[in-house]
Design a protein around this ligand. Structure first.
Ligand code: SAH
Ligand code: SF4
Ligand code: F3S
Length: 445
């Protein structure tokens, strides 16, 4: 409810950490609390409720939550009615411990139970400390209202699959998000249509393991083809995929479905078969490279992206060189690399005797990142002179400039009329900067 004294809406400040799925979840949490009279605010200072939507993937990410909470203490002291909530994967993994470490937290809600937020908020409003980290029977997406009709930007995320059954030995996701669940295709299509009606032109389908999607009888490829029939939806992307779930139909769709963009995030984690085995990845470096070859045969200009972990327990210099080699062989347009972080409850964290010296891991990370940056830069430079399609999203920093994304997900800016926002135009690339490309509208003077 809004404040009965002033009838002003209550203010909600949400801070989001972690992956795109958390970005999506934060939107849905804000929508759910919108039904209780909350509107979003950009700063915690005037908020009636602060929600941290957290990530547990690496130690640093999880620890950030506690330091952030500490910063809200003066706000809570000044305004005891302020409600502080922790949502997301740290909430799921650490639950009660959060309230013990930070007693000012009023509400803890896991990623599978946030549709119950309105009721939890009400209980917290009455002074209760509330914790809900269940994996409920009911489907949260069905309990959540349909998406509001408000006008949106040209791009949106849409969660189609959640959870993971792969149990890579380093990863907390199967514990924080639970078992793999796919949303039925019909409901996804409905949500996609709502988004398109609100102005969305590009949808990125999200899943922890999105290509394991099975809510359509023809899998993720079937869903993509069904979505591609929606008028006004111009672009489809998906992330994150696992190499073992790249089926033939999905590979083929990369070659034949015009609306599916030529960009694929396909993490391999390591180039060493020994380490891949210890990671429980159930694929080899060679099988991964063969797969990439098949995908590129379907779509030769595909930009590949990946994730790497260095310093996994037992990683030798040779194992690391194998990772450098696979980066060179696969030719990434972008890649993300992380230093291994031992996560409580995961099998790899128990290999205490095999832990890699943190300094060695840091050196390896620096070398890997230098190689990735060099490759990324070369690929980006090779775009100069080429014509790309840009979906313009917003105005740029300079007057008259618009910024958008190419089909390959490069940020591209060009002098363009403001009414190109939400539209796709051809742009010839003229220059390549560290984080973006500069171009000229084709046909423009
Ligand atoms: N579902 C996605 C990844 C989720 S986590 C997938 O399967 O690809 C994103 C990335 O974080 C992973 O790909 C991995 O590279 C990294 N990561 C996961 N657990 C980690 C850990 N314990 N230490 C360091 N990096 C980790
Ligand atoms: Fe984690 Fe592996 Fe599942 Fe990805 S596939 S979410 S890395 S367990
Ligand atoms: Fe982090 Fe949870 Fe996403 S651990 S990466 S927010 S699934």
């Amino acid at each position: 409810m809004s404040d009965p004294k002033t009838d002003a809406p209550k203010k909600l400040f949400i801070k989001t950490y972690g992956c795109q799925m958390n970005v999506y979840d934060s939107e849905r949490m804000a929508e759910a609390l919108g039904g209780k009279g909350y509107v979003e605010t950009a700063t915690p200072d005037d908020a009636d409720m602060i929600l941290l939507n957290t990530c547990h993937i690496r130690e640093k990410a999880a620890e950030k939550v506690y330091s952030e909470l500490g910063r809200f203490k003066p706000l809570k002291d000044a305004k005891p009615d302020l409600k502080i909530g922790v949502a997301g994967c740290v909430a799921q993994a650490e639950g009660e411990e959060i309230m013990l470490r930070q007693p000012m937290v009023d509400l803890v809600v896991g990623p599978q139970s946030y549709h119950r937020l309105p009721a939890l908020e009400e209980a917290a409003g009455k002074g209760a400390k509330v914790l809900d980290t269940e994996f409920p029977e009911e489907d949260k997406f069905e309990t959540l209202k349909s998406r509001p009709k408000a006008k949106r930007g040209p791009t949106a995320f849409l969660t189609v699959q959640e959870g993971c059954d792969k149990f890579c030995s380093f990863c907390v996701v199967p514990y924080t998000r639970g078992a793999e669940v796919s949303r039925p295709a019909g409901r996804i299509l409905r949500e996609a249509r709502e988004l398109v009606e609100a102005g969305v032109r590009e949808i990125t389908l999200l899943g922890q393991n999105v290509n394991a999607y099975h809510g359509h009888d023809k899998g993720l490829a079937g869903l993509i083809w069904a979505l591609s029939e929606i008028d006004g939806l111009d672009r489809i992307r998906f992330t994150t995929s696992h190499p073992n779930d790249m089926d033939d139909a999905l590979i083929e769709a990369h070659g034949t479905c015009d609306k599916l963009m030529p960009y694929l995030h396909l993490p391999v984690q390591s180039g060493s078969d020994r380490i891949l085995k210890a990671m429980n990845r159930k694929h080899t470096a060679e099988s991964y490279l063969k797969l990439i070859e098949r995908i590129r045969a379907a779509r030769p200009d595909l930009h590949l992206s990946g994730d790497f972990i260095v310093g996994f327990p037992g990683e030798t210099d040779q194992d690391f060189e194998d990772t450098m080699a696979i980066v060179r062989d696969a030719g990434y347009g972008t890649a993300f690399s992380f230093k291994y972080s031992a996560r409580p409850g995961t099998p790899a964290a128990e290999k205490v005797a095999k832990m890699v010296d943190p300094e060695v891991a840091s050196e390896r990370l620096a070398r890997l990142q230098a190689l990735i940056t060099q490759q990324q830069r070369a690929l980006q430079d090779s775009m100069v002179g080429r014509e790309v399609s840009v979906l313009f999203e917003k105005e740029g920093r300079l007057p008259g400039q618009m910024v958008g994304k190419s089909e390959y997900l490069h940020a591209v800016h060009a002098l363009a009329p403001a009414d190109l926002k939400g539209r796709i135009a051809k742009v010839r690339i003229k220059a390549s900067g560290p984080n973006s490309l500069a171009g000229e509208l084709v046909g423009a003077n």
